[in-house]
Design a protein around this ligand. Sequence first.
Ligand code: ADP
Ligand code: MG
Length: 231
Amino acid sequence: MAMPEAVPALELIDVQRSYQQGPSELRILRGVNLTVMPGQSVALIAPSGVGKSTLLHTAGLLEKPNGGEVVVSGQPTSDLNDAGRTRLRRNAIGFVYQFHHLQPEFSALENVILPQMIRGLSRSEARRRGEELLTFLGLGERFGHRPNELSGGEQQRVAIARAVANAPHLILADEPTGNLDPGTSDHVFGTLTALVRASGLAALIATHNLDLAARMDRRVTLQDGRIVELD
Ligand code: ADP
Ligand code: MG
């Protein structure tokens, strides 16, 4: 008997995105097609200005495409209203940015707990998941530290824990190690990919770092506004 097919965590189907620049139209995404399955990590490697952030924001339902379809965990999004997009984003997608965007007045653990509570989890369940994730990421001794009491690499690992705690399906990361030194960057990336494999999450990660990209399941680039597989 055939096994049921797994539902892709993310499907981009002929996605178009342009920006109006005065009288001219900048066509950044010109028919992007990409499927990311659960448990799969995909590196998006492309030079600055090509459209990596645009692609991640569109995939993450932060920006609307001008055409095509973004499907998140099997749910097409083009007909959703803003409330529907926000709900799906909150339930399915976690972002990691280049700069961590942690709340400075809260501890590492609170930064991971709070978004889960906004999503409706009880404080005790959010705490349990937060402690488990921070421990997995090597921050078991740092629960009570505020962001300014953590190193850059530790801050970024807290940001990863926060994104994952909140996102059962898909992690989108925009040059998450872009402002870390190479050793720290290596460690943060290693923990992120280990977490993706261990949890069955899907991850799409924009990076300039080819060594880090080599450790992921797939490598893609953007060429003339379309996704091209590397390797
Ligand atoms: P990357 O992340 O690969 O560096 P971006 O997706 O940020 O690239 O940007 C791709 C192109 O789109 C750039 O040329 C940028 O100037 C342009 N762009 C991005 N956002 C906007 C916007 N809101 N309005 C106009 N142009 C934009
Ligand atoms: Mg960018």
